[in-house]
Design a protein around this ligand. Structure first.
Ligand SMILES: Cc1ncc(COP(=O)(O)O)c(C=O)c1O
Length: 459
């Protein structure tokens, strides 16, 4: 936890155990200092042609990045190296992964919108009418009427005064937090918040503190101490409490009503990252604020357009002055090109679908209940999940990797998640069902989990 008496950071936000810090620098210290002069061909996965055979490469220049080969070998030895799986089919309940037909349990395409004909048509129309690129950052020449329309539609959907879109959920978090907080402020963050929140906090000059996961009393203790002592420059000017709405690796939901009560008592602002709640919780997928009936009590809502919405992007919803200020000061907004028209048009079309086809959300939750109960009946540890994100906690990284490979042999794609995405002893298979899976497909997946779970002594 941060040292509140000095206001200086004494640890990373995101975990109290350094080994479990999501996004931590995982290089071993010994390999960072000093360059390794081995030839480039010893780098796993490197172009194995000798440098001289690469057009324009100098004859015998030592590779200053050769130490990365050691890091990769180290990750491989610890079963923490994750090769990329390559999909040749569309992102859907069934697809083709590494050349094999599979039922996919690893996408965030909760409602099947990534291939929805209404979104596809909207994207194609936008390409035909407006081309493929926006050509500039929003503040110079990259704001099209479509961008503003999407923001108006999102604000109406979220019941907030205004919305500002970003290139991704990640840039929304890393762009908002350092823009709104400075050296006389304090950020208080749940220990299991997403890596993009952690990075946003790292970019801020504010003091920082971590509260134990979903622990409202723990949050209150931090706020009480902060208000009593203040920081090195006196009392904190602003305090920002940040939590995920739905936690992305465990699928549990933040205790938002309690968090809002406590934050209000201590005059702190509340920010919720609703990446995995958008399209999943609340009326028509409006998110955790709607789910708990907390409209008007959460100051900053971050959402993503890349998961249930099926496309790409992030957004910040709140008061008009929040939007206006971010436009002037938020660096990813100011310094990175805006979304191309097809992306924006597809996001607008997704809002039509959320409003007109709520049965997709009903099917998502029916499938979630069925699949979660099936895994639990088989004896798997599914942790504390309350949402379609259902982890199968295996603990050991090697076993999680083997389990994922064996599931793949049986036609089920369910990715293993290991350190640094989760703590070193919490490796898991992370599953997400969608509204588009059929019961037969889910039954087939449960059969594969049963076979592999017994083979590897997980159940
Ligand atoms: C909680 C949370 N916030 C933010 C993000 C980033 O969203 P995006 O994929 O749109 O960058 C993710 C994505 O994994 C997430 O899980």
């Amino acid at each position: 936890m941060a040292d509140l008496s000095t206001g200086r950071n004494t640890g990373d936000v995101g975990a109290t155990d350094p080994s479990s810090v999501a996004g931590a620098d995982t290089r071993s210290p010994s390999s960072v200092a000093g360059a390794d002069t081995r030839s480039p061909s010893s780098i796993a996965g490197a172009d194995t042609r000798s440098p001289s055979s690469i057009a324009g490469a100098p004859e015998s220049r030592p590779d200053p990045l050769a130490y990365l080969a050691d890091e990769i070998a180290d990750l491989q030895a610890k079963h923490l190296y994750r090769p990329l799986r390559v999909m040749t089919g569309a992102q859907a309940a069934t697809t083709v992964m590494d050349g094999r037909p599979v039922i996919s349990l690893s996408s965030n395409n909760y409602l099947g919108l990534a291939t929805h004909p209404h979104l596809v048509r909207a994207a194609l129309d936008a390409v035909r009418d407006l081309g493929v690129g926006s050509g500039a950052v929003r503040t110079i020449a990259g704001t099209m009427e479509l961008h503003e329309e999407l923001e108006r539609r999102l604000a109406a959907f979220k019941h907030t005064e205004a919305v500002l879109t970003f290139q991704s959920g990640f840039t929304a978090n890393s762009g908002v937090i350092p823009t709104l907080t400075g050296e006389r402020d304090l950020i208080v963050s749940d220990e299991l918040n997403h890596a993009s929140i952690i990075d946003g906090v790292r970019l801020s000059k504010a003091a920082r503190a971590v509260f134990p996961h979903r622990d409202v009393d723990g949050l209150e203790a931090v706020l009480r101490e902060a208000r009593a002592k203040g920081g090195p420059n006196g009392a904190y000017e602003h305090i920002l409490v940040i939590t995920d709405g739905v936690f992305s690796m465990d699928g549990d939901i933040a205790p938002l009503p309690g968090i809002c009560d406590v934050a209000e008592r201590y005059g702190a602002a509340v920010m919720v990252d609703d990446a995995h709640a958008s399209g999943v919780l609340g009326r028509n997928g409006r998110g955790t604020i709607d789910h708990f009936g907390l409209h008007g009590r959460v100051d900053i809502q971050v959402g993503t357009l890349s998961k249930a919405v099926g496309v790409l992007g992030g957004y910040v919803a709140g008061r008009q002055h929040l939007r206006d200020y971010l436009i002037q000061r938020s660096r990813p907004f100011l310094f990175s090109t805006s979304h191309p028209p097809a992306v924006v048009a597809a996001c607008i079309a997704a809002l039509d679908v959320l409003e007109q086809e709520p049965d997709r959300i009903d099917r998502l939750w029916d499938n979630t209940r069925f699949f979660k109960a099936g895994l639990q009946e088989l004896g798997f540890d599914t942790g504390v999940s309350e949402t379609p994100i259902t982890p199968v906690i295996v603990r050991d990284s090697e076993k999680a990797g083997r389990m994922s490979d064996r599931l793949m042999d049986l036609g089920v794609f369910a990715q293993a998640v290991v350190f640094p995405t989760v703590a070193i002893d919490k490796a898991r298979i992370r599953t997400i069902v969608t509204s588009e899976h059929t019961r037969d497909q889910l039954q087939q997946c449960l059969g594969a989990f049963a076979t592999v779970g017994r083979e590897l002594d997980v159940i």
